[in-house]
Write a protein that binds this ligand. Structure first.
Ligand SMILES: [Fe+2]
Ligand SMILES: [Fe+2]
Length: 386
């Protein structure tokens, strides 16, 4: 049995223990072989670590011997805790690079990355200072640089695209907070919130996980299984964050730290409140938070295709989120890629022409003279953006 961070999971691993959500309900049973979709479900439930069956020597030897015979065999080999090295996976990464490389080689992206790195480390320094020295939390100062980053990246679609491609580089807590801040700003714009509210949403994103810095390091890095008390401790990070920010910042920022793990249908934590009892800024932060976790690159692939992310949200149902916010968010994510080229799962290449309001993950794609409505072709999906 080996404890593995959700970030390091890859398809083919076998669960060695039930995966529970924060309400201690079983989401996946022990013995389940993980797939990309199941890994996303684990992330969606905010689970940080799971237990995976370890490879014994005999199994490793068999795996070694079978290398090169069949990609399928290697990926699905039981009890593997090493990333699959199949040709199939290398191909997947190369294919993925087509779209990503185009963006990453642009001067705009290089500039964005440079600014982003600098701003994120500055943010880390300022935040640590606020906690260690208990100095005043001046959100205006915190917001200055991320706002410049937003204005220099042009349109909201551009910001989203840049962020999506940053995912290969950095997935640290501070980068996560910066991403949620930028996503909140863009998402608030899509909802036509005022400039003041957009900036407030950005501050909510920047500080939403500040309580994590107070979760005991020993618990976060404990090699063995967490007991109930320890589990509850991690679950307290929204409360730690709230206490840290109380009376030092705007009430919506305090509430976003406290309520970003609450869910619209009452299945969240720590207060288990539902609907509009959850602060509207926290309802928005919850979406950006989950979206950022889901689009993270994994060791076996690049960032998920945005249409795949939309599909995962659709499969899970929208009950957990404010329906107006989630529909606005996902349709705008989809719209970012209308007119983009893509490759379908049957190998055909085409252009995304328009979204389907009923099924945002399945737009209409033009291949040559043919218009393919993916909502009517359940056997087809967008594999990658080109
Ligand atoms: Fe959190
Ligand atoms: Fe978060």
């Amino acid at each position: 049995m080996k404890k593995i961070s959700t970030f390091d999971l890859y398809p083919g691993m076998i669960l060695d223990e039930d995966v529970l959500n924060y309400d201690r309900q079983v989401i996946l049973s022990s013995g389940t072989a993980l797939t990309d979709t199941l890994i996303s479900r684990i992330e969606l439930n905010g689970v940080l670590e799971v237990y995976i069956k370890e490879v014994d020597n005999e199994a490793s030897a068999t795996e070694e011997a079978s290398k090169g015979n069949s990609a399928e065999t290697t990926v699905n080999s039981p009890a593997s805790t090493q990333p699959p090295q199949s040709e199939n996976n290398a191909d997947q990464l190369n294919k993925h690079a087509t779209y990503a490389d185009r963006i990453k080689s642009s001067p705009d992206f290089q500039k964005f990355k440079e600014d982003y790195d600098q701003i994120t480390s500055g943010f880390k320094f300022k935040l640590n200072e606020m906690i260690d020295k208990n100095v005043e939390i001046d959100t205006k100062v915190l917001l200055q640089e991320p706002l410049q980053l937003i204005s220099s990246s042009g349109s909201s679609s551009n910001t989203l695209d840049m962020l999506h491609n940053m995912r290969d580089y950095d997935d640290l807590t501070f980068a996560h907070s910066m991403n949620v801040a930028l996503l909140n700003y863009v998402a608030a714009g899509w909802l036509n919130w005022s400039e003041a509210d957009k900036e407030l949403a950005m501050a909510c994103g920047l500080l939403h996980d500040i309580g994590k810095l107070q979760v005991s390091h020993d618990i976060l890095t404990k090699p063995g299984k967490l007991d109930n008390v320890e589990y509850k401790h991690i679950q307290q990070h929204p409360i730690f964050g709230y206490q840290l920010l109380k009376d030092r910042v705007d009430v919506h920022i305090m509430n976003s730290a406290l309520m970003h793990h609450e869910r619209y249908d009452g299945t969240g934590y720590p207060l288990k409140i539902k609907g509009t009892a959850i602060d509207r800024f926290a309802r928005l932060t919850a979406i950006s938070d989950v979206y950022d976790a889901m689009t993270a690159a994994r060791c076996y692939r690049g960032p998920l295709c945005p249409f795949r992310v939309i599909e995962i949200f659709e499969d899970e149902g929208f009950d957990k989120y404010d329906v107006e916010y989630i529909l606005s968010f996902l349709s705008n994510v989809g719209n970012t890629y209308v007119r983009n080229s893509c490759r379908l799962s049957d190998g055909r290449e085409g252009e995304i022409i328009m979204l389907n309001k009923e099924k945002l993950s399945r737009p209409v794609v033009q291949c040559g003279y043919e218009y393919i409505d993916l909502s009517k072709h359940s056997d087809l999906r967008i594999e990658i953006l080109l």
